[in-house]
Write a protein that binds this ligand. Structure first.
Ligand SMILES: Cc1cc2nc3c(=O)[nH]c(=O)nc-3n(C[C@H](O)[C@H](O)[C@H](O)COP(=O)(O)O)c2cc1C
Length: 193
């Protein structure tokens, strides 16, 4: 079997960030399958420092979005690159929802006692997004969602203790359209023989 025919590689290449979802719930068994794929990621010292919060409450997600938006806008205040300018326009729109009205948000948190938690949770997050893609479920990592970290009320409602920090807020849902592989930049590689 050639590399191009390998279904794992095909799945990796075809995953895209999805920002438009149909109004359909993801059942809890499928969410458990996605989290199970996440926890099979490698972790430093096999510390498995992750903790997950699954949010299906849309009112809660809207409140989190409303909390995070102005903070991101303030952070991007000085940014002038094209992508930032476009994003600032979207953020300024009252209708803009940082979680794209997705039916499910899974927040991957890392234990503060682990020195490798950022790496471990990022690997866990990618496993989750790839597993979801293989199940026909779209996803998007929403870094903007990390701003909930400075809202004690929201953290309490989500059951997040000071032992953990938000690393990867990821939305999941069924995409409105099929995702396709898009070209990526050529990697810069140094080969030493
Ligand atoms: C750490 C991180 C933070 C991100 N934050 C956001 C975000 O706040 N909002 C968003 O729409 N996409 C976010 N993304 C998705 C990226 O924009 C996306 O991965 C990138 O444009 C490449 O597209 P692809 O995932 O379709 O390959 C984030 C991705 C990563 C890895």
């Amino acid at each position: 079997m050639g590399v191009e025919e390998n279904s794992v590689i095909e799945n990796i290449k075809a995953r895209r960030s999805v920002r438009e979802y149909i109004d359909k719930d993801i059942n809890d068994e499928d969410i458990k399958t996605i989290i199970d794929a996440g926890i099979h990621a490698p972790s430093g010292f096999d510390s498995q420092p992750w903790f997950f919060v699954v949010v299906k409450n849309r009112e809660m997600m809207k409140r989190m979005s409303d909390h995070c938006k102005p903070r991101l806008l303030a952070m991007l205040d000085e940014a002038t690159n094209d992508a930032a300018v476009e994003f600032k326009k979207e953020l300024a729109n009252d209708e803009f929802h940082i979680f794209y009205d997705a039916p499910v948000l899974i927040i991957v948190l890392g234990n503060n006692a682990s020195v490798t938690a950022d790496y471990d949770c990022a690997l866990c997050a990618e496993n989750m997004m790839l597993a979801a893609h293989s199940m026909g479920i779209g996803s998007c990592w929403i870094g903007t969602g990390c701003f909930i970290q400075d809202n004690p009320e929201i953290l309490e409602e989500l059951g997040i203790t000071p032992d953990y920090r938000v690393i990867a807020p990821i939305v999941f849902g069924y995409p409105t359209t099929e995702t396709e592989e898009i070209p990526k930049k050529e990697p810069e590689v140094v080969w030493i023989y």
